[in-house]
Design a protein around this ligand. Structure first.
Ligand code: PEP
Ligand code: MG
Length: 888
């Protein structure tokens, strides 16, 4: 079965019917006024895309369902006397706003246009509908460039002295139809088909094909939507919002999608057809004004909105049309919303008894929380906005104004931050929107293309700033008071308030961050509903999660911050920073040491410094585990650059000066130089070949713990060996560590355990995890290096070198350094977990690569059975939330 009538489906059939089709079916079955229609399944689309042909039997199935629609409406498709017209709309499982094609008014022909005119009693309307069909069919089905049609329309308007489309009368539109038919003939080599069924079949195929339109492909990559889902196609009896002032079309939300506040939100446009609202071509009025225009329809709409919210138990967005005073529902779905609204709505729905706390947790995610932690503009920076528009997608964006997608992409590639300024956006602007920090438009409401897409991407957007006069061709806009902004000028836009500023406005931390850092009490009067919602949902997440969350931190201040953010310890203290700055000098001395005495002296100078570092860290994390990783990077990182040093030595020589230390250093730098330092003398290898280095660090760790205990503290330190690939490396370094710790115990009487574990960050370590586990008290997956070595990608170079091309060509949808590659690196993690635990059931398991703070990866680590994730302090709340979500 490839076709479902609306009464045959339901909202849970999105895989097969797409989101739009499933929800049209649901509304039909709820008894809401949905025009009759049917949905062609995604399976039919997939078959078509695979074979290049419609699946067998589809033609007949469409015919049968069309006959049903004809029977309900009492009209035949394209009947010359009284035609049924249908729309053909795409509708994939996941919403892809404006990315795929739609053709309206199918069924109009040279003959039926007259029948429509007669039935509607409106000749202008009929010809207007016909020219729209020609235009959409020409572009979508026949692939004729849009400007052919646009130019013809503009020429006609000039000729007739018409400012707007609506100023063209029936005669003018009839003439336009002739012109359009000429364009179709000239560009496609064929006449526009006069057989309504032929129109319908071609439109269905065009919608199937639009799944693979370049902009749809880009959008899917950006949104991580699988490329092989295909789209469903909805064929729906047309209803008309452009039949006069008692008709119209609109979009509505059951709550404010920006703030979550309850109420009636939406835009309405009288005497207009479908896409006019979303395209933002004409400015809409707020939905509440419909109450004055048509009270009966308005009340009915409110009733339906309440029904839908109660039924879906969530914010819904709706598209509707009023045809001569009769309300029709054209679409509904669980509405997209801003991050702040997601948190507010989830807690509101709990309070209203519509959903449980666990369901509320599922309604928000870590990406949204991360967004809420972005900085905002400083309220106190008393700047005057030069203009004000719709607060379409929150956040604060500062950048140089650019007026077209190509420039946005080009400037962004050179590291410039840009704001894309357009009169309105359309799907062709997608790349520019991705490249921009923020989007500013002068037309369209909160449901315009710019607003919907920006919210989906989490990008700041201000739209509908009507007071801006934007001249895209000249690359400039003017704001009230004659202020002019040219391409390249810095502007700031506030997507939370809708304000537009000239120049760079200073930004401040978000209240959510202030809350996490303990500066804002959620019970205090100045805490807003958002902070309270975040607080409540974090409490739910914390009570549900099984994964512990630690932080990667090297300094006491960072550790304290991480602790405030909810970190239950440090999962990775990288000790390398403790060797930088003015301590380089000691490292140099260590490297240059020519005998044991010199080496011991250099190490002895480092010891008290390291000990003090660890004491500070243990104090900040008192009572919580602190995993100290012994030195990891290649030693040359602590020495001067080879070229700089060579120049220095050469210059000294030229001047006839003596520079014995520099010369010695230069010899050492040359000796330590490696072609592939990341695969060279680093990690445990350093520990094994640089005598005394790891022992020094272990001693500093143990002595710091002993000192903390003496001072009444509760130190819980762990020693971690990096870059192990074979158990022998770990055995050797562990033996030395234990000897050193025993020495400290003898001297200080310290008795607490100091677990010794290893990072698993090389494929060989993962593959031999069973053997390694016998010598390790814990594993911490270093997924940065594990990704680097599993893929063979240099983590320091790939982003600049070729990831853009890989992302663009769909090799992967997201960098494997950002979100864990479950299919590859993930299998190594699973294997190491399984074999490690089999060898040692009490083995503690964590992850400390960047992935520990990535929402999707956290779910994987939960499923893989790790004990904790460790991530940067700022990501700790995100990991806590996602760990809770993974557990419900
Ligand atoms: C890792 O490799 O994942 C890791 C945490 O170590 P680093 O990033 O310091 O190499
Ligand atoms: Mg590493």
């Amino acid at each position: 079965m490839f076709v479902y009538g609306f009464a045959q489906g339901n909202k849970d059939m999105r895989d097969l019917l797409g989101g739009k089709g499933a929800n049209l079916a649901e509304m039909t079955n709820l008894g809401l006024p949905v025009p009759p229609g049917f949905t062609i399944t995604t399976e039919a689309c997939r078959t078509y895309l695979e074979t290049g042909r419609e699946p067998a039997g589809l033609h007949e199935e469409v015919g049968r369902h069309l006959a049903n629609v004809e029977a309900v409406r009492g009209r035949r498709l394209g009947d010359p006397a009284d035609p049924l017209l249908v729309s053909v709309r795409s509708g994939a499982k996941f919403s892809m706003p404006g990315m795929m094609d739609t053709v309206l008014n199918i069924g109009l022909t040279d003959r039926s246009v007259r029948g429509l005119a007669e039935q509607a009693g409106d000749e202008r309307f009929a010809w207007d509908s016909y020219r729209r069909l020609l235009q959409m069919y020409g572009r979508t089905v026949l692939g004729i460039d849009g400007p052919h049609f646009d130019d013809a329309l503009d020429a006609l308007k000039r000729d007739r002295g018409a400012a707007h489309d609506v100023d063209l009368d029936a005669g003018a539109l009839r003439e336009l139809v002739l012109t359009y038919k000429g364009i179709v003939r000239a560009e496609s080599g064929r006449d526009f088909p006069q057989d309504p069924r032929e129109q319908l079949d071609a439109a269905i195929r065009a919608v199937f094909d639009s799944w693979n339109a370049p902009r749809a492909i880009t959008y899917r990559r950006q949104e991580r939507i699988s490329a092989d889902l295909g789209t469903a196609v909805n064929v729906v009896a047309m209803v008309f919002g452009n039949l006069g002032s008692d008709s119209g079309t609109g979009v509505a939300f059951t709550r404010d999608p920006a703030s979550g506040a309850r109420g009636v939100y939406g835009d309405y446009l009288a005497n207009a057809q479908g896409e006019d609202v979303v395209a933002g071509i004409r400015n809409t009025v707020p939905l509440t004004e419909l109450a004055q225009l048509d009270k009966v329809s308005y009340d009915e709409l409110l009733d339906i909105m309440a029904t839908l919210e109660g039924h879906y138990r969530d914010l819904c967005d709706i598209e509707f049309t009023i045809e001569r005073g009769r309300l029709w529902m054209l679409q509904t779905r669980v509405g997209k919303r801003t991050a702040a609204a997601a948190f507010r709505i989830a807690t509101q729905l709990v309070d209203e008894g519509l959903i449980t706390e666990d369901e509320a947790l599922a309604r928000v995610d870590g990406h949204q929380l991360a967004q809420l932690m972005f900085p905002r503009f400083d309220d106190r920076a008393a700047r005057r906005a030069v203009a004000h528009g719709m607060n379409a997608s929150p956040g604060a964006a500062v950048g140089r104004a650019v007026f077209d997608t190509a420039t946005a992409v080009e400037w962004n590639a050179t590291g410039e931050q840009v704001i894309l300024v357009r009169r309105e956006t359309n799907p062709d602007d997608l790349d520019g929107m991705i490249a921009a920090r923020g989007i500013l438009t002068s037309r369209g409401g909160k449901t315009s293309h710019a607003a919907v897409v920006a919210r989906g991407m989490g990008k700041t957007c201000v739209c509908g700033v009507e007071t801006l006069d934007i001249d895209v061709a000249r690359g400039r806009f003017t704001a009230p008071g004659g202020v002019e902004v040219a391409e390249g000028d810095v502007i700031s836009i506030d997507g939370t308030t809708g304000d537009v500023f000239l120049g760079e406005v200073p930004v401040v931390d978000s209240p959510v961050v202030r809350y996490f850092e303990g500066e804002l009490d959620p019970g205090a009067a100045q805490a807003d509903e958002l902070v309270r919602s975040v607080h409540r949902l974090m409490a739910v997440a914390d009570s549900r999660r099984r994964l512990g969350v630690r932080a990667n931190a090297d300094l006491p201040e960072d550790a304290a911050r991480a602790r405030a953010m909810g970190a239950a310890g440090i999962g990775l203290c990288r000790t390398e920073h403790m060797f930088l700055g003015d301590r380089r000098h000691y490292v140099e001395a260590l490297i240059l040491a020519e005998n044991d005495a010199e080496r011991t002296a250099a190490l002895a100078e480092l010891l008290p410094l390291q000990r003090a570092d660890f004491e500070g860290l243990l104090a900040a994390m008192d009572g919580l585990p602190v995993t100290v990783r012994l030195l990891d990077p290649p030693l040359h990182e602590f020495l001067p650059d080879l070229t700089d040093l060579s120049v220095r030595v050469a210059l000294a020589k030229e001047r006839g000066e003596q520079a014995p230390r520099d010369e010695k250093l230069l010899r050492a730098v040359r000796r330590l130089h490696e072609q592939n330092p990341m695969m060279g003398l680093r990690g445990v290898r350093l520990g094994l070949v640089v005598p005394g280095l790891y022992a020094l660090q272990v001693r500093a760790v143990a002595e710091a713990a002993a000192a903390r205990e003496r001072a009444g503290g509760d130190p819980r330190v762990e020693v971690m060996i990096p870059l192990v690939s074979t158990v022998q490396e770990l055995e050797l370094s562990r033996e030395e560590a234990e000897r050193t710790i025993a020495g400290v115990r003898d001297r200080t009487g310290f008795t607490r355990p100091i677990p010794v574990g290893t990072m698993v960050e090389l494929p060989r370590a993962a593959l031999t995890a069973g053997a390694i586990a016998r010598t390790a008290d814990f594993f911490s997956f270093g997924t940065n290096d594990l990704t680097q070595t599993t893929w063979g990608f240099s983590r320091d170079d790939v982003e600049a070198a070729f990831f853009a091309a890989y992302l663009e060509r769909g090799v992967f949808g997201v960098s494997p350094f950002e979100s864990l590659d479950v299919a590859g690196v993930g299998r190594l993690v699973e294997l190491a977990v399984r074999e490690g635990r089999a060898a040692r059931p009490d083995l503690k398991l964590g992850v400390c690569g960047e992935h520990g703070g990535d929402p999707d990866s956290v779910h994987f680590f939960h499923d893989a059975g790790l004990d904790y994730v460790s991530c940067s302090a700022f990501r700790v709340p995100v990991a806590r939330l996602e760990a809770g979500r993974a557990a419900v």
